[in-house]
Design a protein around this ligand. Structure first.
Ligand code: NAD
Length: 418
């Protein structure tokens, strides 16, 4: 089992949304509106490849809700990108922005491509042509993309430049996750991992997990996994297992994350790290541990492995790592799952700070970014946990209820334009 297509992520999203809507007694009209994205754009992207031949790629941009303000959401370059996944990721962005109370609706984009097989020139042409194809629907007041799996600050720089050429002026606020020199924000690269660390501390406190004695397992060692692991390690929390797309490693006394990062910088993957035992990547999710942090891809914790999970706390660094069936099993077992729309919201929160700073033309020191981020993560965690407690439900449904209720209020106030 490896990737997103095992379950339809849009259906997985709808199951949770419908459950929250039912418990909220949501207005029927708002329920119907939010059950479909506002806009789905599919584009063909021709690129003259290095061999002189034209190849045509398929790209998407989906805007789930435009009612809250501009849309916000990343651009994914991956061979498994498909419309159901992009729609789900767009809706999750609506709920995520609302959980942390940002003035954005949700969007997501993607191109079906394996970016590792493209040269730098081909990647730039692909990005620029895709940006031109979606230029009419993005913009600082319309829809603000950001990096996701397979894209990075360099790709965002090309998006910013291409869009700026189209509108005839430099427009840094059209994307976030840019290099600092182009109007990026200090603290953005670490923001998601820092937010994961923040919510781990609040959840441990609330659910009586002693982090001084805890053993943590992290799936994925990319931006989110490696940054979270670094924060855990720096705080003296033992990380006993780490996996990536190639394999997994384990050490019962804890892995030295500083040395592991150096190893991965040279060797790309975690396997072979001196002193650690290799383990089967899927078995790693069910190793004895107190905290599990899935920070890779969708559909990793399913009805097939949920019952074997030993962790008391799961902090979802990735988007959609747990299926709806698995949620039900974990709930019965008393495992607390801090859901993606809260746990990994640190990234979009600092993206919001970047957008604000670009529009002000005034940039904040890193300490200010981090302090504001920590406050938002703290407040949001308490609000979600209180909502879940009040309605005797899981943290996930509590988070959906909090966010759906906020979004619904905006729809009610705006009414339906005719
Ligand atoms: P990334 O590409 O930097 O890293 C992904 C990591 O997962 C890599 O180490 C890869 O080897 C590993 N991986 C891939 N498939 C795997 C598998 N089947 N088993 C184990 N490991 C596997 O991506 P990222 O930015 O760290 O994003 C990871 C997840 O977090 C995604 O779901 C993404 O949507 C989500 N997310 C990212 C951010 C952000 O700011 N980067 C913000 C919110 C959510």
């Amino acid at each position: 089992m490896s990737h997103a297509n095992v379950k339809d992520p849009w259906q997985e999203m709808l199951k949770r949304f419908n459950e929250a809507a039912r418990r909220l007694n949501l207005d029927e009209g708002v329920w119907k509106i939010l059950s479909e994205p506002d806009l789905e754009l599919k584009v063909s992207i021709p690129v003259v490849m290095d061999n002189g031949k034209v190849e045509v790629f398929t790209g998407y941009r989906v805007q789930h809700s435009r009612a809250m303000g501009p849309c916000k959401g990343g651009i994914r370059y991956d061979i498994n990108v498909n419309i159901a996944e992009v729609k789900a990721l767009a809706a999750w962005m609506t709920w995520k922005c609302s959980v942390v109370n940002l003035p954005f609706g949700g969007a997501k984009g993607g191109i079906i491509v394996d970016p590792t097989r493209l040269s730098m020139r081909e990647l730039e042409l692909l990005t620029r042509r895709y940006t031109a194809a979606i230029a009419a629907i993005i913009g600082p007041d319309r829809d603000v993309p950001a990096p996701d799996v397979g894209t990075n600050d360099k790709v965002m720089a090309w998006v910013m430049d291409t869009y700026s050429m189209h509108v005839g002026q430099s427009c840094p606020a059209v994307v976030t996750g840019k290099p600092l020199l182009l109007g990026g924000s200090r603290g953005r690269t670490d923001a998601t991992g820092r937010g994961v660390f923040d919510v781990l501390q609040h959840a441990a406190h609330r659910f009586n997990v002693d982090l001084r004695k805890a053993r943590v397992v992290v799936q994925g060692f990319g931006n989110v996994g490696a940054t979270s692991a670094r924060y855990f390690h720096d705080a003296g929390i033992k990380v006993v297992g780490i996996s990536d797309v190639r394999g997994a490693i384990y050490h019962p006394d804890g892995l030295d994350i500083t040395k592991l990062r150096e190893w991965v910088a040279k060797n790309k993957f975690v396997v072979g790290f001196p002193g650690a035992q290799p383990v089967d990547p899927m078995e790693m999710l069910t190793l004895p541990c107190d905290v599990l942090v899935p920070a890779a891809v969708e559909n990793q914790i399913t009805e097939e492995n949920a019952a074997q999970i030993k962790a008391k706390l799961i902090i979802e660094g990735a988007n959609g790592p747990t299926t709806d069936e698995a949620d039900k099993i974990l709930e019965k077992m008393g495992v607390q799952v801090v859901p993606d729309i809260l746990a990994n919201a640190g990234g979009v929160t600092v993206s919001y700070f970047e957008w604000v700073q670009d529009r002000m033309g005034f940039f904040w020191p890193e300490a200010e970014v981090n302090q504001r981020l920590d406050e938002i993560m703290h407040r949001s965690f308490q609000e979600v946990a209180d909502m879940a407690q009040k309605h005797q439900t899981s943290l996930r449904i509590g988070a959906y209820m909090l966010s759906v209720e906020r979004v619904a209020q905006v729809y009610k106030l705006r009414g339906v334009y005719a």
